[in-house]
Design a protein. Structure first.
Lengths: 311, 354
């Protein structure tokens, strides 16, 4: 057990925590936009998977990681338009629509991957993003290694937290977005276009979810795997509740779960003597426990799950 | 030139023909969307569809496999139907299926000296109990702690898959192979086959019987009334004196137990040992089956057979045309979305206004 307390271990652990938290931060911010406007987007898991696939394929075919990132965002937006059509225009069940989008997007990811790549014995890989040390800051002992020697997408995720907070709470658009999620009738009476606002919220959400997916194939792994997202979309749904629909607490929650994920990986690495599946389970078990603790006090957006039909 | 304008108008009641026609319309429209995707893959969609149906229905072997695939789907489909009727969003049929498979394997490898019918009954009871316990956890969390059932059931699927993996790579690993799989269950624990030269097994009868039991439960019992009322309107149920908390927990219990029977059938009737991939997502397909059936129990039989066709046929089609069988997964997602949208026509009519 001594290894756990060495400096090298701690640097590894904390920087892995940030890495594991990256897709969770981005995707959960996306879901926050969606839910603040009144739409529960269960398409998140499939949207992340499809984002990671598009990012991989485009990067693989064009040799450009940045085009991969853009492709992931665009594919997330396209899927969010399906979600918006179902839940905003038609106003049908958000639960079932979201599952439909996830099943469709997951199926499509597998289909497209197999159709384009086939099933070679060695799956194709790409050269992933490398970490970008920030000049000067990365030389600070310990903190520099943990905070300032990360992937671009990790820096972006952290910057997005205050940016999303600003948009949601300090701009007119954010006010409109929150008001259609709380009381669409009175927002409409004030001249806010409820449908348009919800569409925009879902498009932002979809773009972020796609972006989150790209992290898996462009930074974390160097290939596409069917189980690459592995339920992290569902963890994000729980994190939104934990964060009480506020971006700053999204960061806190994502770091907590990233930490558990990083911790179990370290335990696996040093050969801790329990089956690794029990370690892999930890983040999911913790998610359920946290939900039990916070669910009663959670203040859901008042019109979440309620379709709006203008009479 | 004046464009005609259309509005949605609320219906008081939907005609019976419409409820029958809707799923067929949804299937047709979904195939149209799937055709576009197949065209993108530069293949002929009509040839692909022909081969799906030929592969699933055109030969005796195909037809038998269709029924074999439809067997677990009937059970996951009816489990979801029951849960959704009570607005318990059970997305956990996949995990509950594995809970049932674990339990059936456990009792099956004990090599008890029991007559076949007794052994089978024991597997069914223990399997049901395992799934019911796995299902009741999110039920209690929803009813008592207001924890979202969708999230918990989904997370518990992931946890169950890891649990199965840990057991198969650890205590239950068959020493004879390098694969993570259990040893074979006892011969007298196997479900009997229903037809010669086929894999169709007793699970089919179990599925149909359970579907009729759920039909009777929902239609003719007090508990069924409680489930339907809680699903339709929680506040109204409360004022009618229905114990909503108890109803949700019971719904979760029964639904989890039924989904687990799908796993019992796959172990005792088909594979005879447990592996990590006895289900290619039958739990999730159960959700689509329930929706396509419009949450009507009897329609689940036909809806499951249809998805049996899609899954079996896609494998055959893949071998003939080179289009991957994952097209079946795509079609499933599309059908769910299209059916959901078309159900609106049950509530609303489109009327032209001058």
């Amino acid at each position: 057990m001594k290894e756990i307390f060495s400096i090298g271990f701690l640097v590894g652990f904390f920087s892995a925590t940030l890495r594991m938290a990256t897709p969770l931060i981005i995707a959960t911010l996306g879901e926050t936009f969606s839910e603040r406007s009144g739409i529960l987007n269960l398409g998140i898991e499939g949207t992340m998977l499809f984002g990671s696939l598009s990012a991989f394929l485009v990067a693989y075919k064009t040799n450009s990681l940045w085009l991969g990132v853009i492709a992931a965002v665009i594919s997330g937006i396209l899927l969010s338009i399906i979600m918006a059509y179902m839940t905003v225009t038609l106003g049908v069940s958000q639960h079932v629509s979201g599952l439909g989008v996830t099943l469709f997007a997951s199926g499509l990811s597998l289909f497209v991957y197999r159709q384009v790549i086939g099933s070679p014995s060695i799956p194709p890989t790409i050269q992933t993003f490398s970490t970008i040390p920030i000049i000067g800051l990365s030389k600070i002992p310990f903190i520099g290694q943990v905070l300032f020697n990360q992937y671009f997408l990790t820096y972006l995720a952290i910057i997005l937290v205050p940016v999303c907070g600003f948009i949601l709470f300090k701009t007119n658009f954010g006010l409109s977005l929150r008001s259609v999620g709380e009381n669409p009738e009175s927002a409409d009476a004030l001249g806010i276009n409820v449908y348009k606002t919800r569409y925009i919220a879902l498009i932002i959400a979809g773009g972020l979810m796609g972006l989150a997916g790209s992290f898996f194939t462009l930074a974390y792994f160097n290939m596409f795997l069917y189980g690459i997202v592995g339920g992290r979309g569902w963890v994000s749904i729980a994190l939104v509740i934990f964060a009480n629909w506020t971006p700053s607490r999204v960061l806190l929650g994502a770091l907590l779960f990233g930490g558990v994920d990083a911790f179990q990986l370290r335990l696996q690495a040093i050969g801790f003597r329990i089956p690794y599946q029990f370690l892999l389970m930890m983040p999911y078990l913790l998610t359920i426990i946290v939900l039990v603790l916070v669910a009663r006090r959670a203040s859901y957006p008042a019109s979440l799950l309620k379709p709006y039909r203008r009479e | 030139m004046k464009f005609p304008k259309f509005v949605l108008e609320k219906r008081s009641q939907s005609p019976a023909w419409l409820r029958v026609a809707l799923p067929f319309g949804a299937i047709l429209l979904s195939f149209l969307f799937a055709a576009v995707i197949i065209l993108f893959a530069k293949k002929n969609p009509l040839y692909a569809f022909y081969n799906i149906f030929y592969g699933a229905l055109g030969t005796r072997l195909g037809l038998m496999e269709t029924i074999v695939k439809a067997t677990p789907l009937m059970l996951t489909g009816i489990a979801v139907t029951l849960a959704f009727t009570g607005k318990f969003w059970n997305i956990g049929a996949e995990g509950q299926l594995y809970a049932g498979a674990l339990a059936a394997t456990w009792i099956g490898i004990q090599n008890l000296s029991l007559p076949v019918p007794v052994y089978i009954l024991l597997e069914i009871l223990i399997g049901f109990a395992a799934g019911a316990i796995w299902g009741i956890i999110p039920g209690i969390l929803k009813a008592k702690y207001k924890v979202d059932d969708v999230v918990t059931t989904l997370l518990m699927n992931t946890i169950m898959i890891y649990l199965v993996g840990a057991i198969l790579e650890g205590p239950w690993r068959d020493p004879a192979t390098s694969w993570p799989q259990s040893i074979m269950i006892a011969r007298n624990a196997e479900f009997p086959k229903l037809l010669v030269r086929s894999r169709v097994h007793f699970g089919l009868i179990l599925g149909i019987v359970v579907i009729f039991l759920v039909y009777i439960l929902l239609k003719n019992t007090k508990l069924g009334f409680m489930i339907r009322t809680t699903g339709a309107n929680k506040e109204a149920a409360y004022y009618l004196g229905i114990n909503v908390t108890k109803t949700i927990i019971l719904t979760a219990f029964i639904s989890g137990g039924i989904a687990a029977l799908a796993g019992v059938g796959e172990i005792a009737g088909l594979h005879y040992h447990l592996t990590e991939n006895i289900s290619p997502g039958y739990g999730y397909t159960g959700i689509i089956i329930a929706m396509l059936a419009g949450l009507s129990p009897i329609a689940v039989i036909f809806s499951s057979l249809f998805f049996g066709i899609i899954i079996t046929g896609a494998e055959y089609m893949s071998r003939v045309t080179g289009i991957t069988s994952f097209i079946a997964n795509v079609v499933q997602g599309i059908i769910l979305l299209v059916m959901l949208a078309m159900l609106l026509l049950q509530e609303y009519r489109i009327r032209r206004v001058e």
